[in-house]
Ligand binder design. Structure first.
Ligand code: SD4
Length: 364
């Protein structure tokens, strides 16, 4: 009996301690309601860099810049920053945008030789009256701002490009039709399908590729990082950075540096970002659409789902063969996502947990 009473007493004490702990966590979250979310599993490391900024009193804007720089510097990541796969002519060409909840924004597109395009995008926002600088002009601006000109094509990416040239039936003056991408990835083929580049539609990618997670943005073919943060003051910011579709046509720009397509942030409502085949996102002003849907009262997840459905409705044939994923966070820090295909995930970091990875629901 004594044993039973002791057990019950310690169980009650344990429960009380747990309740207190839960209350403490809840109170901490209330006092410090900061949160960072990012696309894909590599978003976990990026979130943690952003989180250190937020927990040291930094702004959401500082946090997303710091976070986005992590995959930009990662030599194993072939779809963001340094070591990104080049265009079909062998040039690594980067796109990035950054946006603050008060409407300030900056972006660069088709920027070569600069390892951290997100930081150049921020300088465009802060040091010029413009929003978007492209190509040679963006490089000139970056150099004037003190960024270093570097070779971004790593030996590994160069090797992959040479493999693509062998298997991709490279034809500089027309669209290409790669039969297989390096490493067995079918990314360019899928991209070509999305862009309508496959001659006669003869080699449209199969859903077998989708099942293998080889779609652009599929689970074995990660791409763009889109990051959204809410700081302790309740301000929002977002960043989006990518090397774009591998083996793209020279000069091709995706959704990531287009404010309203790859990224949109409004302190009054929330923020959204996207990953996947940018052409479909641009056509539907995707991230702006998600934010506007939240403004009309939808939750982040509902808004992402509706934007995905819009893409599928407007271009159903293409939508079945490509990946597009949206990630959103509202002004209260509630996050949600939705994708065309299975395999899209997003990382969440807050006072409770710094390495959560959540599988997004999908239309197909
Ligand atoms: C783009 N959304 O350039 C970006 C990233 C990407 O497959 O390559 N997605 O379209």
């Amino acid at each position: 009996m004594a044993n039973r009473r002791t057990f019950l007493e310690s169980a009650a004490l344990g429960a009380a301690a747990l309740t207190l702990a839960n209350r403490a966590i809840a109170a901490a979250a209330k006092d410090f309601p900061a949160r960072v979310v990012s696309t894909w599993d590599f978003g976990i490391a990026a979130n943690q860099a952003a989180w250190s900024v937020l927990t040291s009193g930094g702004s959401a804007l500082d946090a997303v810049e710091a976070g986005a720089r992590v995959p930009e510097a990662d030599l194993k990541n072939h779809s963001v920053g340094r070591a990104g796969y080049p265009d079909r002519d062998g040039h690594v060409s980067l796109d990035a945008s950054i946006m603050n909840g008060d409407g300030r924004c900056g972006a660069v597109a088709a920027l070569e030789h600069i390892a951290h395009p997100i930081s150049v995008a921020r300088r465009v926002m802060e040091k010029t009256p413009h929003v978007l600088l492209v190509g040679a002009g963006a490089l000139q601006f970056a150099l004037e701002q003190g960024f270093t000109k570097e070779e971004l094509l790593t030996p590994e990416s160069e090797h992959a490009w040479h493999e693509f040239l062998k298997s991709g039936q490279y034809r500089p003056s027309s669209a290409y039709e790669p039969s297989a991408a390096p490493g067995g990835l079918s990314r360019p083929s899928m991209a070509s399908a999305a862009l309508g580049l496959l001659p006669g539609g003869s080699s449209r990618p199969s859903m077998a590729s989708a099942a293998l997670g080889l779609l652009p943005g599929g689970k074995n073919n990660h791409d763009t990082i889109g990051m959204l943060a809410r700081d302790a003051q309740g301000h929002l910011a977002g960043a989006c950075t990518t090397s774009g579709l591998a083996w793209k046509l020279r000069g091709r720009v995706g959704d990531s540096p287009i404010v309203g397509a790859g990224l949109y942030v409004d302190d009054e409502v929330g923020a959204a970002t996207s990953t996947g085949v940018g052409e479909e996102v641009i056509r539907n002003a995707g991230s702006f659409l998600v934010v506007e849907l939240m403004r009309q009262g939808r939750s982040p997840q509902e808004a992402c789902r509706e934007a995905v459905r819009r893409i599928a409705r407007r271009n159903p044939k293409t939508a079945k063969d490509i990946q597009v994923g949206f990630l959103a966070m509202n002004r209260d820090g509630e996050a949600g996502a939705w994708a065309l295909q299975k395999g899209f995930s997003y990382a969440v970091c807050d006072a409770h947990k710094q390495d959560a990875l959540i599988a997004a629901p999908s239309l197909y």
